[in-house]
Ligand binder design. Sequence first.
Ligand SMILES: [Zn+2]
Length: 420
Amino acid sequence: MKSVQYMEPKNGETLVHTTIIRNIGLLLTMRQDTNDLLGAVAHAAVVMRGPRIIYAGPEKDLPADYRSGGTCTEIDAHQAVVTPGLIDSHTHVVFAGDRADEFQARHAGADYEEIQRLNGGIHRTVRETRAASYQSLRAAAIERLQSMRRHGTTTVEGKTGYGLEYAAEEKVLNVMRALADEPYLPDVIPTFLGAHIIPAEFRNNRSLYVQHVIQNMAPAFQAQARFCDVYCEASAFSVPETKAILESARALGYMLKMHTNQSHDIGGAALAADLGVISADHLDYVQDEDIQKLAGAGVIATLLPGCSFSMQTAFPNAHRFLERGAVVALASDYNPGTCNCENLQMIMALAVAHCSLTIEQSLQAVTVNAAKALALPDRGHIAAGKRADALIWKIRDYREIGYHFGVNLVDQVIISGAVL
Ligand SMILES: [Zn+2]
């Protein structure tokens, strides 16, 4: 338990709206400067002015002048749990169509990589996304983001990678830019994943596609995407191809991410450590020595147990990462093929039940650690000066999360100071 400071509003901020959450039973600040993993404060209050938090701490220490200047809304949390907004640091939220039939076929015995080889799987979503209008892609993504928000997600990383040609990748990035400007939706952080798979028309000339990514698409999209990501896997891009794409992307100013070691170990995790990418994602099949290298390089290990659940494959064991000093994030990998789930509460439940994470570690993994996976230090914990993203839960004991699964335990969502 600890107290936190009050930040004076700066000049020019005096007329913005103030929101105060009172009567919080347990505030999980997720601050990292204490021995308590959750940075918990009992009988707490949070004050937000405009898009920023200005006070978080014991209600009895609430500054007397928190209402000063402008309008004020008070929310009674009725002794419930309050946490930072959840951060989904790996999604493919913009796409057309769905693959429910393939999902059911896989569970009836069909093989994922065989479906893909026959131009289903990602290739099918690529065809549908290329054919879809900007408007329809945007409308579908808004619906998904609204669902994510209802389940407590306030920041969503979104990848391209269902265009795989200049115009379609650009269309998806334009949709993400428009989504980022939508009020009351989770903040959308765009990632360029032109190297998702080799598109069907380049199947017999993969090096030409790699050159297209490096020479044409990555330079053109740098201003619109925070990260460049590559799917480094036996069925996607090799280690040398991944290295060439990511090194050129870094030179262009992108921060780097990798999908790697999902189904095989072809050396991607070691490359992620060598390159010092921000996050390496999946890591279902990875050797201990590569985990050690990732930890040493400060690469965030993002685990995606929703994929393991949906694909009926082995869950990653987070304990292997934690005992080697790696920082673990959790994300949904929301996508039409291998994890059609907008609900990070469900992902936390899977992590607790199958990945040997405690609920406290899972909460860290979708807040502070997920913020690190996006290199966004302004969020993921509740403290003065941070983004005003928070959740008021329906529960008074945070250990209900994961225990009471498959339902939505979030009551109210606050995004950038707006109460929803
Ligand atoms: Zn993914």
